[in-house]
Design a binder for this molecule. Structure first.
Ligand code: AMP
Ligand code: MG
Length: 487
């Protein structure tokens, strides 16, 4: 057997960090897809992964010798309410691989069967959500946004019972780690300062090595996580992404987008957009994401208090100073990104207001977020852009301001156009396309639409002639109003 050379630093941590548990075999594993470039990046042979033996491993039916399968323990605030014990209820970490760039990465099977943390769940995943996570996480990666990755998807031949009976699947997921804000909460809520320190040291060594050399390493860790999250959320907003379930157990400490459940990309720009069927109060609406991320980071800071400066008051001051950096870091990343989207290669006073003016016109005139920016980048005249606005006059007024501002830019117009095309994707995973892919696979066992969508999402900034239909917003009857966790 080819042995993926797993090296498992997390399973060397104390026993209370996880439960050792093997995946539960499935009756009839069938490969849906292997992500060959990602496999190669991890030093795995994609041909072996797609072989009968590889598929047995991806399904959890065979455990490679070097793997040490575990389910990790974590807690978390779900929709604001604290749950002291969650943990991997349907995901099993096979182990860690050192990739081609020397980076340690987790390989996890999601849907691999029950664990001690499954509570009433069956430990399984349905095919639809597996395909959704595969598509969305790979789309985010192609957009250059930090994210977990999809290594492979396998159909299990097993039926899973949700609201209806659905085909089951397993997703092989790759992450820089699966450590979450909720992992810190697990130890903090138990008063386990020793565990907390061990976890923090592990995270510093693995994700934020610069913090190790800082005068106050745990404060530096908090600052680094705050910065990573501020930048991540800015990037979500700049592509119209709505995570949908930003619970503290779904916020990765390494700053990657994780746990794609009822997530979505917006079509027309709407700051209040909510797609998740379980988010009745819009807690995780598009424009709430920065403040929710900050709320989650306050929970992380609370966990770290025992590791910060001596007295309680001094520790609280340190935590608050670190947290205060979130808003300016987010604003900086967000406005710099909007500037790039508008072709502004320099920064001037008034630029944030200019960008805001466009967003307001888009919101009031139901203009498509992705298409507006893309057509601004491509079009020589305004016709293609203004037709996206219910009242095109709202665009005209803004366009005059934009053109005046562009005249202050020194750069050559062709260079500006190239920069805009590289900042404004043509193709995003629109909900109606994702739904159509899932319907074809689940209802008709047809994976051709999945393959095609995945292929166009791989180069989102390229023109891709012949695939223009993937740029289009949904027709009225194709609109998707709600997305589901499907767990
Ligand atoms: P999620 O909504 O995916 O972030 O999951 C929240 C918690 O529920 C985590 O502890 C999961 O492991 C657990 N969970 C979700 N779905 C299942 C399932 N089908 N079986 C067991 N546990 C689950
Ligand atoms: Mg989760």
């Amino acid at each position: 057997m080819v042995r993926p050379p797993f090296d498992n630093s997390y399973s060397r941590l104390p026993d209370r960090f996880f439960a050792r548990v093997a995946p539960t075999p499935v009756p009839a594993p069938r490969l849906i897809r292997v992500n060959a470039p990602l496999a190669a990046e991890l030093g795995l042979d994609p041909v072996w992964l797609a072989s009968e033996e590889g598929v047995q491993v991806l399904a959890g039916n065979r455990v490679p010798e070097t793997a040490e399968p575990i389910a990790t323990a974590y807690a978390g605030h779900q929709f604001g309410g604290f749950v002291p014990q969650l943990g991997d209820g349907r995901a099993i970490l096979l182990g860690e691989l050192i990739d081609r760039h020397g980076v340690r990465r987790d390989v996890q099977l999601k849907g691999a069967g029950p664990t001690p943390y499954s509570r009433r769940g069956d430990g399984r995943a349905a095919l639809g959500p597996v395909l959704r996570e595969y598509l969305l996480s790979e789309a985010m990666a192609a957009l250059g946004i930090p994210t977990t990755r999809a290594l492979a998807a396998v159909a299990t031949g097993e039926r899973v019972r949700r609201e209806t009976v659905l085909p089951g699947a397993v997703l092989a997921r790759v992450a820089s780690s699966h450590i979450r804000v909720g992992t810190f909460q697990f130890f903090a809520s138990r008063g386990d300062v020793e565990g907390l320190r061990t976890l923090a040291d592990h995270v510093i060594a693995r994700h934020y090595p610069d913090a190790a050399g800082a005068e106050r390493p745990y404060r530096a860790l908090l600052e680094a996580v705050v910065r990573a999250q501020a930048e991540l959320i800015a990037r979500w907003l700049l592509v119209g992404f709505i995570h949908g379930v930003m619970n503290t157990d779904n916020m990765a400490i390494a700053g990657e987008t994780i746990d794609y459940g009822p997530c979505a990309f917006m079509d027309e720009y709407d700051p209040g957009a909510v797609f998740s069927s379980i988010d009745s109060y819009g807690r995780y609406a598009y424009a709430n994401q920065p403040s929710i991320a900050q709320w989650n980071l306050v929970r992380l800071a609370e966990c770290l208090l025992p590791l910060l400066s001596g007295t309680a008051a001094a520790a609280a001051d340190e935590a608050n100073e670190a947290l205060d950096a979130f808003a300016p870091a987010f604003e900086r990343a967000y406005h710099a990104g909007l500037g790039r989207k508008l072709g502004l290669l320099t920064e001037r006073a008034g630029d944030p207001e200019l960008a805001q003016g466009l967003l307001e016109a888009m919101a009031s005139e139901a203009a498509d977020f992705t298409l507006t920016f893309r057509r601004l980048s491509e079009a020589d005249d305004d016709a293609a852009v203004r037709s996206l606005f219910a009242d095109p006059a709202a665009f005209d007024a803004w366009a005059q301001r934009w053109r005046r501002r562009l005249q202050e830019e020194q750069g050559d117009p062709e260079a500006r156009r190239a920069a805009m095309l590289a900042a404004n994707p043509a193709i995003i995973p629109r909900n109606h396309r994702v739904e159509a892919v899932i319907r074809a696979a689940v209802d008709r066992d047809d994976f051709a639409p999945f393959e095609e969508l995945l292929a166009v999402l791989a180069t989102p900034f390229e023109p891709q002639p012949g695939f223009e239909r993937y740029r289009e917003p949904p027709a009225t009857h194709e609109r998707v109003h709600a997305t589901f966790c499907g767990t």
